[in-house]
Design a protein around this ligand. Structure first.
Ligand code: HEC
Ligand code: HEC
Length: 441
């Protein structure tokens, strides 16, 4: 299958855009565009972070205007610094492992942290890579490429349920979550950072008096963490074998090509329906459409919260997210994750119920045809499909291909397709060294 011709727009264009955005936040004039308001100036996080009403989150109120390089360096150091947590034992990197695409460091479904470093979380740790194009959360998404009248439903936002609408809102969550860093308030974070190893560098970047105003110092911490997470080299390098293939710089093996075809084929995997794999307007594919779907993955008894049979993580409709609790049509829906670097993970889906990529792929082929392979039996012996989604919400389950098979149909994917898709997903891991000689297109 030949690669489509394209002009490279993705990574490089984004670097420039992001530099522009930081410059705007810091009040630096960039090519006459300095009048523009920062995208998230009015995000809920702005007021909560200590900025007064109408005051921009990133207003130019630091003594020094930090450079992107300084912000990134400070953010990188804070990311691995356990001083950011109340227990003094947990860093961002403890859960978001830099050597595993900033996903979980192990095969545990949830990590332990919190005030004593031992409180279990509720969900699997998502990768932090390739989030730069994630739109803010909306209930009514219109893909700007298509027909404006088509409402594609909920999309965007951060975390598995999109409850952090923006990157700023997100940045605050782990610092205060009782399952994560468990800080009492912004002042507590600032006090720890002011005593910590990065204090000197933060003063150098933002000005000697930055710690005099805790709200300002807290903004500095968030800005540094956020800027680091947008560093293209670490968070969206586009250096996978698949990217190299799109650039005509690598050849996929026969199994990888078969896997790509099964992944795309609407009659087989139909995976690209939600995990788009093609170049679009010159941009590299993200392998997520940022939408939400209820797949009905099995309940995971290894999550301590699930010891309570009445507890169900229903994603968009709660209980971690609270604003959409009245929307029963959203119960069971979770955000579609990117599949870039998915082969570096050892837990899959929001509840980490699967520990092998092959199982995650096979689930798509077998959910409706071989329920016994995935779901438990009731005491009487009958299979209880969708055991983590209470019956009233099972109408929300996705029923489009590959989930459109009925008893008597063959599976959407046979065993070889599953193996081939796993081989193909392996080409989405960053760090591939491209062939020296470009392939002839
Ligand atoms: C104890 C483990 C843990 C720690 C520590 C932790 N996180 Fe997370 N992080 C998670 C989990 C779990 C989620 C998913 C939460 C959810 O969906 O409800 C998450 C979600 C996120 C997301 C949203 C990702 C997405 O694309 O949806 C970002 C961004 C993030 N964390 C950044 C950070 C930063 C920055 C730090 C340090 C200040 C941090 N995390 C500390 C476990 C952790
Ligand atoms: C209807 C949209 C949809 C389709 C079609 C779809 N996926 Fe997904 N995918 C999702 C959603 C939503 C999740 C997260 C679900 C959850 O955690 O409950 C997900 C999660 C995954 C994961 C786990 C990733 C992680 O980080 O934990 C893998 C692997 C995956 N999908 C592969 C595939 C493959 C392979 C196909 C085709 C056979 C496919 N998907 C088809 C929506 C879809």
């Amino acid at each position: 299958m030949p690669a489509a011709p394209f002009t490279e727009r993705g990574p490089r264009a984004r670097v420039t855009l992001f530099a522009t955005r930081v410059a705007l936040f810091a009040g630096i004039a960039v090519g006459g565009a300095a009048q523009e308001t920062p995208r998230d100036a009015t995000a809920p996080g702005a007021a909560a972070a200590g900025a007064g009403p109408g005051r921009a989150f990133y207003a130019n109120r630091f003594e020094k205007i930090p450079s992107v390089a300084d912000l990134t360096a400070v953010g990188r150091a804070l990311f691995v610094d356990p001083a950011l947590s109340a227990s003094g034992r947990v860093a961002c990197a403890t859960c978001h492992s830099p050597s595993r695409a900033f996903g979980p460091p192990n095969a545990l479904p949830v990590q332990r942290a919190g005030i004593d470093g031992r409180r279990p979380g509720r969900r699997a740790v998502p990768s932090l890579m390739y989030a730069e194009d994630t739109p803010p959360f909306t209930e009514h998404f219109n893909d700007d490429d298509g027909d404006d009248s088509v409402d594609q439903g909920p999309a965007g936002g951060r975390t598995w349920d999109g409850r952090a609408a923006s990157a700023h809102a997100q940045a605050r969550l782990p610092l205060f979550s009782p399952f994560e860093m468990a800080n009492a308030d912004a002042g507590a974070v600032v006090a720890r950072v002011a005593r910590g190893a990065e204090a000197r560098r933060i003063r150098e970047a933002f000005g000697g008096h930055v710690f005099d105003d805790p709200a300002m110092a807290f903004d500095a911490v968030l800005l540094a963490l956020e800027t680091y997470q947008q560093d293209p080299g670490e968070f969206y390098p586009y250096t996978s074998k698949y990217d190299a293939w799109l650039r005509h710089r690598a050849t996929l093996s026969p199994a990888e090509v078969r896997g790509l075809n099964a992944f795309n084929d609407p009659a087989r995997g139909n995976c690209a329906r939600c995990h788009p794999s093609a170049m679009r307007r010159g941009a590299f594919p993200q392998f997520t459409d940022h939408g939400y779907a209820a797949l009905g993955v099995p309940r995971n008894d290894r999550i301590p919260a699930n010891a309570d049979p009445a507890y169900h993580d229903l994603g968009l409709c709660g209980p971690l997210r609270t604003d959409l609790a009245q929307h029963s049509e959203y119960c069971g829906l979770f955000r579609t994750p990117t599949l870039r670097n998915v082969a570096t993970r050892t837990v899959f889906f929001h509840n980490g119920v699967m520990t092998r990529l092959e199982d995650a792929v096979r689930f798509y082929a077998q959910r409706d045809l071989r329920a016994a392979a995935w779901y438990p039996r009731q005491p009487g012996g009958a299979i209880r499909p969708f055991d983590d989604l209470p019956a009233p919400y099972q109408r929300n389950l996705d029923r489009g291909a590959p989930f459109d098979r009925r008893a008597g149909d063959g599976p959407a994917l046979n065993d070889r397709d599953v193996q081939d898709i796993v081989a193909f997903l392996g080409t989405l891991t960053d760090g591939f060294v491209a062939d020296a000689a470009p392939e002839k297109p």
